[in-house]
Design a protein around this ligand. Structure first.
Ligand code: FBP
Length: 545
């Protein structure tokens, strides 16, 4: 197979490991843990995997291990570094016993249920080291939550003599990993389940997990593109660029890209919600920035928009919550698409109906229809960037007539999401992911189940990184999903009292008025460490003490 010159050179990169993982390890156990919320309920739901201690690995003595087999699944949206988790796990498993085997289940959790798998070999793994994408085995969004799926899974796990399953996923997939770990433990099936924190969205993080993998590379890729647009914008001086960024609910990606590129405006959904802003308030905020710049003779600029924005406008959030419940009813499930719209319209409260009817038809349809398998609105399909620019243009027209605005307004639209999810991992993600995978092999060797592989202290050089495991139940609370209360990992949204947002808030007025663009350029894999090995600004600000 023909590969690019970069891919060829990059294949030779040996990702760095924390010092403790470079040889045999011993697990140091902390105190018993509790879930972040609803302790009694979560404890009752996870009697076998609740309350376990946090684990930290330190250098220990080598003990001979019998060969053992491991399976791995890539779940959900792609994120740069997934292949390195697999190569790290492969190397880790082989280092414990060269006769151990690693199997990959194909196209996500569905591969486990349908018994579709592949066995990894040296040659196979080598051709995917340090590459982006999940194409080594494919990914999928099948939800693992039915007993019939768990039972189908155990058949193939037994057939392949698999001792442990590693599930690479976001908050929903790791929640399912925990449910599976509990089920297999309760049934005494002897199969361990380990999770691994993935998602470009950056919303799977907490006291124990510094960041989800892929966030670093995706944000650097989008920031390169935003920087390029800003140079174009500052050269032609005739367009306002409305740039929507992936990230589902949380605005971490938009915030990080703003910190890297200093655009004229960046909306943060969590702030919009906290300030109870209406759609019109959001439009006025943008239009005012456009008008103020026009007054200075600057009819150009850049605006970053998080893809989940619409869900955070309180009136729309309330509408979505009711739509979710109405759509979850068996009656609604059995209807065709257009019948479903009529159905929801006749079943939602009057105030929600008024909001629903006020939205452009395409947005209203999107809110009322497709959900992903986890019940989430598919926000990446809503063209918020066009919705906002159209509404801003209309407001500016009105202001022009009222003499409040003098200028020209022409908009360009962009949506950056898929462009960054499969980029070749940055050095940070290449090292972090390899370490997460390698570390998972140590959790398995230590007999752990229901744990997430965790690498901490990642703003320091890799040798100082801390490796270990965190019980997944520790991150859980109860939330309403598809009309029912469910145990789920608490999603980490942007904290308005956190250092990254505070820094952004202190600088944004200057960025709005002046043209303070930063042009980060493409990810560099070789060169000075300040160019190649920097973590995200979000992580650096969060970890700065
Ligand atoms: P995960 O949470 O599964 O990692 O997915 C992240 C994401 O990229 C979101 O940012 C986006 O909204 C969604 O996936 C898009 O999903 P799809 O790939 O199914 O279009």
């Amino acid at each position: 197979m023909e590969i690019s010159a970069l891919q060829k050179a990059r294949a030779a990169y040996q990702p760095k490991l924390p010092q403790a993982l470079k040889g045999p390890v011993v697990a140091v156990e902390g105190a018993p843990t509790q879930s972040v919320g609803n302790q009694e309920e979560i404890k009752a739901m996870f009697p076998n995997t609740y309350g376990m201690p946090v684990i930290t690995f330190k250098a220990g003595e080598a003990k001979p291990l019998q060969p053992f087999n491991v399976g791995i699944i890539l779940s959900g949206g792609q994120a740069p570094g997934g292949h390195n988790v697999i190569s790290g796990l492969y190397d880790g498993v082989k280092s414990l016993n060269p006769n151990s085997k690693l199997y990959g289940f194909l196209m996500g959790p569905g591969g486990l249920v349908d018994h579709k798998y592949v066995e990894f070999t040296d040659e196979f793994i080598d051709s995917y080291r340090n590459t982006g994408g999940f194409d080594i085995i494919g990914s999928g969004r099948t939800k693992l939550e039915e007993v019939s799926q768990f039972e189908s899974g155990i058949q193939i796990l037994r057939k392949l003599d698999i001792k442990a399953l590693v599930i690479i996923g976001g908050d929903d997939s790791n929640t399912n990993a925990c449910v599976l770990a509990e089920y297999y433990a309760a049934k005494n099936y002897g199969v361990q389940v380990i999770g691994c924190p993935k998602t470009i969205d950056g919303d799977l993080k907490n006291e124990q997990i510094e960041t989800s993998f892929g966030f670093d590379t995706a944000c650097k890729t989008y920031s390169e593109l935003i920087g390029n647009i800003q140079r174009d914008c500052n050269s032609a001086r005739k367009y306002w660029h409305f740039i929507k960024l992936m990230g589902r609910s949380a605005s971490h990606i938009a915030l990080e890209c703003a910190l890297q590129t200093q655009p004229n405006a960046c909306l943060i959904s969590e702030e919009v919600e906290q300030k109870a802003m209406s759609l019109d308030d959001v439009v006025t905020y943008i239009a005012q920035i456009v008008a103020d710049r026009a007054a200075d003779g600057n009819n150009f600029g850049t605006i970053l928009i998080p893809e989940g924005l619409i869900e955070f406008i309180p009136a729309i959030k309330k509408l979505i919550a009711e739509l979710n419940d109405v759509l979850a009813s068996p009656e609604a499930q059995n209807l065709g698409r257009s019948e479903q719209i009529d159905y929801v319209k006749s079943h939602i409260a009057q105030d929600n109906l008024a909001v629903f009817n006020s939205l452009p038809t395409s947005v209203a349809r999107q809110l009322a229809l497709d959900r992903d398998p986890h019940g989430n609105v598919q926000v990446s399909l809503i063209e918020t960037e066009k919705l906002l620019s159209t509404m801003v243009a209309a407001k500016l027209d009105r202001w022009k007539k009222e003499g409040k605005y003098v200028g020209k307004f022409a908009a360009q639209h962009h949506f950056f999401g898929y462009e960054g999810r499969c980029a070749a991992p940055s050095n940070y993600d290449a090292d972090y992911c390899y370490s997460l995978g390698y570390n998972a092999s140590r959790l398995i060797a230590n007999g752990k189940t229901g744990y997430m592989s965790v690498i901490k202290n990642t703003t320091k050089p890799a040798a100082e990184w801390i490796a270990g495991g965190v019980p997944i139940t520790m991150m859980m609370n109860l939330e309403r999903r598809n009309g029912k209360m469910k145990p789920v990992i608490r999603k980490a949204l942007v904290e308005l009292d956190g250092a990254p947002f505070k820094f952004f808030a202190s600088a944004r007025a200057g960025w709005a008025k002046n043209t303070s663009y930063i042009y980060p350029g493409p990810i560099q894999y070789w060169g000075p460490t300040e160019v190649c090995d920097q973590c995200t600004k979000t992580l650096a600000l969060e970890q700065a003490k």
